[in-house]
Design a protein around this ligand. Structure first.
Ligand code: SF4
Length: 447
C-alpha cells in the first residue's frame, strides 16, 4: 500500500482509539458511588448479555515500552492480598446487583494474568463463580506472557474453562527485544503457542507492536512472517505510544533508535499487506483475524461491535470491570475504577466501590456513538446514522473525499483501502467533544 507522504504527515495526529464514546478523557462525572450501587441493580433486571473483565496488574518485571496498569512484584502474598480485596469488591458489587447474573464472557487482563499461581487461579475462579453464574458456554479468555507459560499452567487454565488466550509477542528480533527489556526467544514463543494448541485452546491471538527501537522493514517483516507461521486465529498489531513523561520507564529505551513517523507508517502498511496476503482479514484499526474466525464472520455480516475490550460479536452487552483501573459499561453508564493500586486498596478497605471516572450517556452521546461505532466496525457511514444535516455531513467529509479516504455512494460514505489506515481520523470528525481540536496530545498517534 503506497500512501502519499504528505497525506500521511497531515493525518498522523494524536487520536482516540474509540473503545468507547465519549472517550475516557471526556467523561462528565455524572454520578457518585451510591448511585452506581443502585444502578448495578440493572444487571438483575436485564436479559442483555454480561461480560466480566478482571484486571490482574502484577508482572514479574517491567517491559520498557509498557503502557498498561502494571505493578512489578516477586511476592505471591502481594497477589493474595489483592485477591482478598477483589473478593471484597465482588461482595459489594454482588450485594448491589441483588442477584447472581449469568456471565456470557469473562476476560482476565493485566498486567500478567498468568503470573497467578495455580491456587490463586483456583481461588479467583471460585470467588467469581460464587457471585455469578458461569457454565461451559461462558467464553473464558486471558492475556498471557509467554515467558511465564508452562504446559501444566495451560492445562490448568483449560480445566478452568479457558479456551481463548492472547500472547504478548511484540517483536521476534533479538536486538529489538533487548532494546525493550523483553527477551523471549522465538523458539520459546513457538513452543508455547504450539502447547496452547495441543492442550485444546481453540482461539489464539498474538499481540505485535510496531514503532519500537531498531525496528526496520526487514526485521518487522520477519516478525510478521514468524507470527503467521505460528498459525494464530487473530493478530493484533498495535502502534507503540512513546509517552515517557507519563510512563517514566519508557526513558530506558533509546529514543534515537525509535523509527520516525514515516517509517512507523510503512511498518504498519507492510504488516497489513503481509497479513492480508496470508489470508487474514483486516477487522479494523489494529486487528486481524482468519476468515473463519467469529470476528471475520461478523465483519462480513455487518454485525461487528466494539467495546472497552476491543472488537466483539456480542450485541448490547453490559460490561462489569473488577479490580484496579477496570472499566464498566452498564446500561448507558460508564465507570472506571481508580487506576492507582494504593488508592484502590484503601477505598475497598473502607467499604467503598473505588470509582475514579464516571459518565452517563446523553441522547446526543448515543447518536454520536452510533455513528462512530458503525464507522469503526463497518468502514462506512450510512447517511441515516449521521446526527446532523446532510449539508453538514457533506461539508465535514469533503476533505476526506478529495484525499481519497472515503467515497460518496447514494446513501452512505464508504471507507477506501487508504481510508482504512485513518479510521480514527474520520471518527474524530464525528466526535462532539473534539471536533474543533481534531485530536489532542492525550491520545496515541493515529498511525
Ligand atoms: S508484561 Fe505487559 S503489563 Fe507487564 S510490564 Fe510487560 S508490557 Fe507491561
Amino acid at each position: 500500500m503506497r500512501v502519499d507522504p504528505d497525506l500521511m504527515s497531515r493525518l498522523d495526529v494524536a487520536a482516540p482509539r474509540y473503545a468507547s464514546y465519549p472517550t475516557l478523557a471526556d467523561w462528565n462525572g455524572g454520578f457518585e458511588e451510591p448511585a452506581w450501587r443502585t444502578h448495578l441493580n440493572a444487571l438483575a433486571q436485564t436479559t442483555a448479555p454480561l461480560a466480566l473483565y478482571v484486571h490482574l496488574p502484577f508482572c514479574a518485571s517491567r517491559c520498557f515500552y509498557c503502557g498498561c496498569n502494571a505493578t512489578v512484584t516477586t511476592r505471591a502474598e502481594v497477589v493474595d492480598r489483592y485477591l482478598s480485596r477483589l473478593d471484597h469488591e465482588l461482595a459489594m458489587v454482588s450485594e448491589s446487583i441483588g442477584a447472581r447474573p449469568y456471565v456470557s464472557e469473562m476476560h482476565w487482563g493485566g498486567g500478567t494474568p498468568n503470573f497467578l499461581d495455580g491456587s490463586q487461579r483456583d481461588r479467583l475462579i471460585t470467588m467469581l463463580e460464587r457471585r455469578f453464574r458461569m457454565d461451559s458456554n461462558t467464553e473464558r479468555s486471558l492475556e498471557a506472557d509467554p515467558r511465564l507459560v508452562t504446559r501444566d499452567q495451560l492445562e490448568h487454565l483449560r480445566d478452568l474453562g479457558f479456551s481463548r488466550i492472547s500472547f504478548g509477542v511484540q517483536d521476534t528480533d533479538p536486538q529489538v527485544q533487548a532494546s525493550i527489556g523483553r527477551v523471549q526467544p522465538l523458539e520459546m514463543v513457538r513452543h508455547v503457542v504450539q502447547a496452547a494448541r495441543d492442550v485444546g485452546f481453540r482461539s489464539i491471538n498474538l499481540d505485535l507492536l510496531y514503532g519500537l527501537p531498531h525496528q526496520t522493514a526487514t526485521t518487522f517483516h520477519e516478525t510478521i512472517t514468524h507470527a503467521i507461521a505460528m498459525t494464530p486465529d487473530r493478530i493484533a498489531c498495535f502502534g507503540y505510544a512513546h509517552v515517557p513523561w507519563m510512563r517514566a520507564h519508557q526513558w530506558r529505551m533509546d529514543e534515537a533508535a525509535l523509527p520516525d513517523a514515516r517509517t512507523r507508517f510503512s511498518l504498519f502498511a507492510m504488516a497489513v499487506q503481509h497479513l492480508q496476503a496470508a489470508g487474514f482479514q483486516w477487522i479494523g484499526v489494529d486487528h486481524f483475524a482468519r476468515p473463519d474466525d467469529v470476528l471475520s464472520r461478523a465483519a462480513v455480516a455487518g454485525t461487528l461491535q466494539r467495546n472497552f475490550m476491543g472488537y466483539t460479536t456480542r450485541v448490547g452487552e453490559n460490561l462489569l470491570g473488577l479490580g484496579v483501573s477496570a472499566i464498566s459499561e452498564i446500561d448507558g453508564w460508564y465507570a472506571q475504577n481508580t487506576p492507582e493500586l494504593g488508592n484502590w486498596q484503601r477505598e475497598i478497605d473502607a467499604g467503598m466501590l473505588s470509582l475514579a471516572r464516571r459518565h452517563v450517556m446523553s441522547d446526543e452521546d448515543r447518536s454520536h456513538e452510533r455513528a462512530i461505532a458503525h464507522l469503526m466496525c463497518n468502514a462506512e457511514l450510512p447517511f441515516n446514522l449521521f446526527f446532523g444535516s446532510m449539508e453538514e455531513l457533506l461539508t465535514l467529509f469533503a476533505p476526506f473525499v478529495s484525499d481519497g479516504l472515503v467515497q460518496l455512494e447514494t446513501d452512505r460514505f464508504t471507507v477506501t483501502p487508504t481510508g482504512q489506515f485513518f479510521l480514527r481520523n474520520l471518527c474524530v470528525t464525528l466526535d462532539a467533544y473534539r471536533a474543533e481540536s481534531r485530536g489532542g496530545s492525550r491520545f496515541s498517534r493515529s498511525v
